[in-house]
Ligand binder design. Structure first.
Ligand code: GLU
Ligand code: ZN
Length: 289
């Protein structure tokens, strides 16, 4: 049984991003999520993580729903059927993120960053072996800027800069994963100050995910192991916002025959391609056992 620190009825979610066709890796993770929800007699939510406006496309969102249904996944709340937490598309929930952003700002937990992506890459320290992105060198941290800049920032509008969450350097962040057991990372070493809001007016994945998982009452997050490093960041956000985090269960990643992690570019393993080849969902699931 999935471990849940909350006594509330089980609520799980499927949170795909419509940036391409869903593949076997998604199907495998989502199937586990569905099994957990069913075993607990709980509720499963479908959330459309469509915040990456440059990469998300409406035709992928439509294909996503169709492929999920074809595979045998069903949900109790979602963009297509509604529910108590409408809307279920992240692109339509910006007001919620903006409110939570102001709470982070009021807590002094974030600061605006004027570095370009290139600046960060050039100045970043050699990433730790577990790091999933270059460590931000801290150039724009409040203690590293002058008085004039500090005054300018006091009234800076949300959408006028990229905003980073200041991580507590050297502090361990820990959680018990329902699948992989105890997990631990050191803030400032394995991950650095991460983006919560972008100049383009949108929250980062880390931030939107926490706001929504909390708002939608999610009790257990089931997702791919590629997001374990994100969980440490998200735990810091939960803590700063004074929220109780859900339980986490990360699934092993599905790889292709060369042990390369499946990505949306593995078109041959897209659910749609398998379906066109005449594969049945039952046959696909039988191969996992
Ligand atoms: N939407 C994210 C993705 O497709 C996953 C979100 C999550 O499960 O936390 O990678
Ligand atoms: Zn910066």
């Amino acid at each position: 049984m999935p471990n849940s620190p909350r006594s509330a009825p089980y609520r799980g979610r499927l949170a795909p991003s419509p940036t391409g066709l869903l593949h076997l890796g998604h199907a495998s993770t989502f199937w586990t999520a569905q099994e957990h929800a069913r075993a607990a007699g709980g509720t499963l939510i479908l959330r459309n993580d469509d915040l990456d406006l440059a990469r998300c496309r409406p035709e992928f969102a439509a294909a996503m729903l169709e492929d999920l249904r074809w595979f045998g996944l069903t949900w109790d709340e979602g963009p297509d059927i509604g529910g108590p937490h409408v809307p279920y598309e992240q692109s339509r929930r910006l007001a919620l993120y903006a409110t939570a952003f102001e709470r982070l700002r009021a807590a002094g937990a974030i600061y605006p960053c004027t570095c370009s992506r290139k600046d960060v890459q050039l100045a970043a320290t050699a990433p730790h072996e577990h790091a999933d992105e270059p460590l931000y060198p801290g150039t724009c941290r409040p203690e590293n800027i002058g008085t004039t800049e500090r005054e300018r920032r006091a009234t800076l509008p949300r959408d006028a800069a990229n905003w980073r969450f200041r991580v507590p350097d050297g502090a361990p962040v820990e959680f018990r994963d329902g699948h992989f057991g105890p997990q631990r990372a050191i803030a400032g070493r394995e991950f650095g100050d991460f983006l919560v809001w972008r100049r383009d007016g949108l929250p980062s994945y880390q931030f939107a995910c926490v706001v929504d998982d909390d708002a939608m009452g999610i009790t257990e997050v089931v997702r791919g192991a590629d997001l374990i490093m994100s969980t440490f960041r998200q735990l810091l956000l939960y803590h700063t916002l004074g929220l109780t985090p859900p339980a986490f269960y990360h699934c092993a990643l599905v790889t292709d025959e060369h042990r390369v992690r499946l990505a949306k570019r593995h078109d041959a393993l897209a659910l749609r391609a398998l379906r066109e080849q005449g594969k049945s969902p039952l046959a696909i699931r039988a191969e996992w056992r």
